[in-house]
Write a protein that binds this ligand. Structure first.
Ligand SMILES: [Fe+2]
Length: 157
């Protein structure tokens, strides 16, 4: 099942409205980026709540064919996106997402997210369908080069 960007955003808005229920459950882990799942208001999708201490980041990755969206609830997150140019090459485009920003992405999206500020950040993510694998990439002269695929299903965690 695929969901439109509007439906993904609506689901994030729904979870954001439940902030009083989950905010006190958030943890900040200096060793590994922390996340937890949260009930998803739409079918065939998954919500993850994430916290980001300063300098914590994902590295360049895809979402195993899932589309998705994220919303910055608190703090600032820098995103670097592997973007195909009209010449067929790749370039990294950088965007800084402030508190309140939302980004929707498609099934082939490759990005890196990092907290480059000195204060923690919190974000809500939705993946449709639910995440199962995630492939990691190096950046080389031709663009993103896959080097590892992780099993990242929440059921396994
Ligand atoms: Fe991602």
């Amino acid at each position: 099942m695929t969901h439109s960007p509007a439906v993904l955003k609506q689901a994030l808005t729904h979870v954001l409205a439940q902030r009083d229920q989950w905010w006190s459950t958030l943890e900040y882990d200096p060793e590994n980026r922390w996340f937890r799942t949260w009930p998803c208001p739409i079918e065939a999708a998954e919500i993850r709540l994430m916290t980001w201490l300063p300098e914590q980041g994902t590295g360049l990755h895809d979402h195993g064919g899932s589309s998705g969206a994220f919303h910055v609830v608190s703090g600032v997150v820098r995103e670097q996106v592997a973007t195909r140019t009209v010449r067929g090459t790749y370039e990294i485009r950088e965007k800084t997402h402030q508190t309140g920003d939302t980004r929707v992405f498609g099934t082939t999206y490759i990005h890196d997210m990092t907290n480059v500020e000195i204060t923690p950040a919190v974000s809500i993510h939705i993946y449709a369908p639910s995440l199962t694998t995630l492939t990691r990439y190096h950046w080389n002269s031709l663009g993103p080069a896959a080097y590892m695929t992780d099993d990242v299903s929440a059921a396994r965690a």
